[in-house]
Design a protein around this ligand. Structure first.
Ligand code: ZN
Length: 671
C-alpha cells in the first residue's frame, strides 16, 4: 500500500487526507522524503551544465513535495495534537532534520554553484524578485559559513558546537535554580492572596514534598504572591530569589557561561567578516544597524522612564500611607501597583466575558477582512486532525484564495500558546499553489465558548499572521507570506489587533451571550484603559533588557558581562524600584540560543510599526479606509519577503515608522 504522506493528495484543495494517515506512516515517509530531497540537492550540486539562475536557484526553490507533505502534517499534529508516539517521533526527527539542513548549507559543491550565479548577477537580466531570492540564498550560505576554508572552517565548526553546548547548559542551570528554590508559607502567610494563588501555592507544596503551601519561582506563583501579599519581608525574600536565578554561585551559575558565549559570538561574526555580532545579526533585519535599534529604544526610553518615575512617586505615597518609610523597592512595586489598579481600573473579567463569544469574535475577524480586503469565508466540510478543528474556504470575487483552518480549544495534547502556520505556502513557481493556513489557540471550551479580552486579541493577532499568508502574491516559496525578517514578521499580526478595538466592531460583534445586547460603552472604555495601565513600568523593564542585550553584542565582547550590565543601567538612569525584565544570568532569550540575541528589541520595533501603521488608517479617515487597505495589501500583506522590509514599509506609509503613535498607544505621550 502506498504511504498517504507521499502520494499526491486527491482531496478538496489538496488538503492533507488526515483521515487516512496513521502515526506509523511518519517514520518511513520521512526516510523517503529525506532521500528525495538529498537526490534533488545532489542533482543541483553535480549538474554538469554551467550554473544558471534556473538550474541552481530555481532548482533549489522547487518544492520537494515529499518533504513538504510529511513535515507539514507532522509539525501540525506534533504541536496541536500530540501523543507519546508523536513525541517519540519528534525526538527522533529533530536531530536528523537539523543535520540534514546543515549538510545542505555546508555542501561546498552546491555553494560553488550558488556563488557562480551570484557573481554573474549583473548580466542575468533577473526580475526584482529573482534578484532578491538570489541575494537571500547566497547570503544564507555565506552566513552559515559555506565560504570558509581550512582552519577558519574548522574553527567555525568548533565554535558552533561549543555555542550549542553552552546554550543548553545555560538553560539547564536556569531550570535547576528555578526548581531548587522555594519558600514555605504558614497559614497566616497566605493573607491577602486570592483563592487561585492559594490553591497554586498548596499544589506546589505538595509537589515539593512539604506539608504546607510554598512560593516557587514559577511565574504563575511568584507574580500573584508579589502582587497580593501584604508581608513586605516575605515579598523581599521571594523577589531576591527570583532576581538571583542563574547567579547563585556553584555549578549552576550562568555568569561565566554568558561571558564565554559573548566572546564566541564575536569571534564567529569576525570569522564571517562582520565587525561584531550585532552587525552580523542585524544585517538580515529591517533595523539593519545597532544605531537604528539604539535610536528607537532611546526614543521610547525617555518618556517611559518619566512615566515610571511619576508612578513610583504615587506608589511611594501609598506605601507611606501604610506606615512604611524609606524608598519604594522592587518587591513593593507589584503590590502597590495592583492596589492602585483596583482603585483606578477595576474591571470584572466575569462581567466582560459573556460579551466575547468565540464564534462572534471569529465572525468579527472575518468581517474586518471582508471590509478591508474583500475576502469571503465559507465553511468547508473536510476531514481534519481533530474534531475541534474547523475549516473555511476563502474566496474573493468568486475566486479561490486559500483554505483557513481554526483549531481554537485547549486540550492536553496541544502545546501552550497560540500560533499560525501554513500547511502549504502560496507560490507560483513551478506551478500555482494556494495556501492552506492554520491558526491554533488555547481557549477554554464552553457552551457557548467565551473569551477573555486577551484571548480575543490573540485571535485577531493570529488571524493577522494568517492574512499575511493568505494574501501573499509572490512567485517563489522561500519568500512567501510570513517568510520575512524577524523584526517585521509581527507587523501584520499586531496591526490586526487594532481592528478589535474599533468601537463599531465591538458594538456589532461583542454581544452578550444571553441578552444579545452590545457591550456598554463604559465597559469598553474600561477595557481599553486597563490595556495601558502600568505601561511606564513595563516599558522600562523591557527597554532596559533590550539595551543591555544590544550593548553586549555591539562592539568587543565584555569580559565581565555583569559589570557591563551595571554600566548600561547606570548610563540610562534605571529607576531604583524596577529591575530588568530579564537580567543577564537568566536572560534565556539571549543566551539559551541565538534566536533573540541582539534581537530582543524586535518586540518593541514591531509595536512601534503596528501603532504607526494603524495611525495611517486613522489619519486617512478611519479604520476601514479603502485606499489604506489597498496599500496595506499591495505593499505589505501580498509582498512577503520579496523586498527589503524598510522599502515595503515606506511604500505603504510614505516614510519609515516613528515612535509617536506607540507612545500615545501606551499612554506615554506627554500630556
Ligand atoms: Zn505573532
Amino acid at each position: 500500500m502506498t504511504n498517504p504522506l507521499l502520494s499526491r493528495w486527491d482531496t478538496p484543495f489538496e488538503i492533507a487526507p488526515f483521515d487516512s494517515i496513521s502515526d506509523e506512516d511518519f517514520a518511513p515517509a520521512l526516510e523517503e522524503a529525506l532521500a528525495a530531497h538529498n537526490a534533488q540537492i545532489e542533482a543541483i550540486a553535480t549538474n554538469p551544465d554551467a550554473p544558471s539562475f534556473a538550474n541552481v536557484i530555481e532548482a533549489l526553490e522547487a518544492p520537494c513535495r515529499p518533504m513538504e507533505q510529511v513535515l507539514s502534517v507532522f509539525y501540525t499534529v506534533a504541536g496541536a495534537d500530540s501523543n507519546p508516539k508523536r513525541q517519540e517521533l519528534q525526538r527522533a526527527f529533530s536531530p536528523r532534520l537539523a543535520a540534514h539542513y546543515s549538510a545542505i548549507t555546508a555542501n561546498k559543491a552546491l555553494y560553488a554553484r550558488v556563488k557562480a550565479v551570484w557573481d554573474q548577477r549583473e548580466d542575468l537580466d533577473l526580475s526584482d524578485e529573482q534578484q532578491r531570492v538570489l541575494m537571500l540564498t547566497h547570503r544564507g550560505f555565506v552566513r552559515g559559513g559555506a565560504a570558509l576554508e581550512g582552519a577558519n572552517d574548522a574553527r567555525m565548526q568548533e565554535i558552533k558546537g561549543r555555542l550549542a553546548t553552552l546554550g543548553t547548559e545555560f538553560t539547564q542551570n536556569l531550570l535547576a535554580d528555578e526548581r531548587e528554590w522555594f519558600m514555605e508559607l504558614s497559614e497566616e502567610d497566605l493573607e491577602g492572596l486570592p483563592d487561585f494563588a492559594v490553591a497554586a501555592a498548596r499544589a506546589a507544596g505538595k509537589e515539593k514534598g512539604v506539608k504546607g503551601p510554598v512560593v516557587t519561582t514559577s511565574r504563575s506563583i511568584i507574580t500573584p504572591f508579589l502582587k497580593f501579599s501584604p508581608r513586605r519581608d516575605l515579598r523581599e525574600k521571594a523577589f531576591q530569589a527570583w532576581a538571583a536565578r542563574g547567579a547563585n554561585g556553584g555549578e549552576t551559575d550562568n555568569r561565566a557561561i554568558a561571558a564565554e558565549i559573548l566572546s564566541l559570538r564575536e569571534e564567529r561574526a569576525k570569522l564571517l567578516g562582520y565587525e561584531n555580532f550585532a552587525a552580523y545579526k542585524l544585517e538580515t533585519e529591517m533595523a539593519k544597524t545597532p544605531e537604528a535599534v539604539r535610536g528607537l529604544l532611546m526614543d521610547v526610553w525617555g518618556p517611559a522612564k518619566a512615566r515610571a518615575d511619576q508612578d513610583a512617586a504615587v506608589l511611594t505615597e501609598m506605601m507611606q500611607g501604610d506606615g512604611i518609610n524609606g524608598d519604594l523597592e522592587p518587591w513593593d512595586w507589584h503590590y502597590y501597583s495592583e492596589k492602585r489598579r483596583k482603585i483606578e481600573h477595576d474591571l470584572d473579567e466575569a462581567e466582560l466575558k459573556p460579551y466575547l463569544q468565540l464564534d462572534r469574535m471569529i465572525e468579527a475577524s472575518f468581517a474586518c477582512a471582508n471590509r478591508l480586503f474583500g475576502l469571503e469565508f465559507a465553511p468547508l466540510d473536510v476531514p481534519l486532525y481533530h474534531p475541534d478543528c474547523r475549516a473555511w474556504e476563502v474566496t474573493r470575487n468568486g475566486e479561490h484564495v486559500a483554505v483557513f483552518i481554526g483549531d481554537y480549544f485547549a486540550r492536553g495534547s496541544k502545546r501552550s500558546g497560540a500560533w499560525c502556520s501554513a500547511m502549504r505556502s502560496q507560490a507560483k513557481f513551478p506551478e500555482k499553489q494556494a495556501p492552506v493556513v492554520i491558526n491554533v489557540c488555547n481557549f477554554a471550551k464552553g457552551e457557548p465558548a467565551l473569551l477573555s479580552y486577551d484571548d480575543a486579541r490573540t485571535l485577531f493577532h493570529e488571524f493577522g499572521h494568517a492574512l499575511h499568508q493568505m494574501l501573499s502574491d509572490v512567485t517563489y516559496e522561500s519568500i512567501s507570506g510570513t517568510s520575512v525578517a524577524r523584526d517585521f514578521v509581527e507587523l501584520p499580526s499586531q496591526l490586526y489587533e487594532h481592528w478589535l478595538e474599533v468601537p463599531e466592531v465591538l458594538s456589532e460583534f461583542a454581544t452578550h451571550a444571553e441578552t444579545g445586547e452590545a457591550m456598554p460603552k463604559e465597559m469598553l472604555d474600561k477595557v481599553l484603559g486597563a490595556a495601558t495601565y502600568d505601561m511606564g513600568f513595563q516599558t522600562v523593564e523591557y527597554v532596559a533588557s533590550a539595551l543591555v542585550d544590544l550593548a553586549f553584542h555591539d562592539g568587543a565582547a565584555p569580559a565581565d558581562p555583569m559589570a557591563r550590565q551595571a554600566e548600561v543601567l547606570a548610563e540610562i538612569g534605571m529607576p531604583h524600584a524596577i529591575i530588568m525584565r530579564h537580567a543577564t544570568p537568566h536572560f534565556a532569550h539571549v543566551f539559551s540560543g541565538d534566536g533573540y540575541s541582539s534581537g530582543y528589541y524586535s518586540y518593541m520595533w514591531s509595536e512601534v510599526m503596528d501603532a504607526d501603521a494603524f495611525a495611517a488608517f486613522e489619519e486617512a479617515g478611519g479604520a476601514f479606509d479603502p485606499e489604506r487597505a489597498k496599500a496595506l495589501e499591495e505593499h505589505i500583506l501580498s509582498s512577503g519577503g520579496s523586498k527589503d522590509p524598510a522599502e515595503l514599509y515606506t511604500a505603504f506609509r510614505g516614510r519609515l515608522p516613528g515612535v509617536d503613535a506607540l507612545l500615545k498607544g501606551r499612554g506615554l505621550a506627554a500630556k
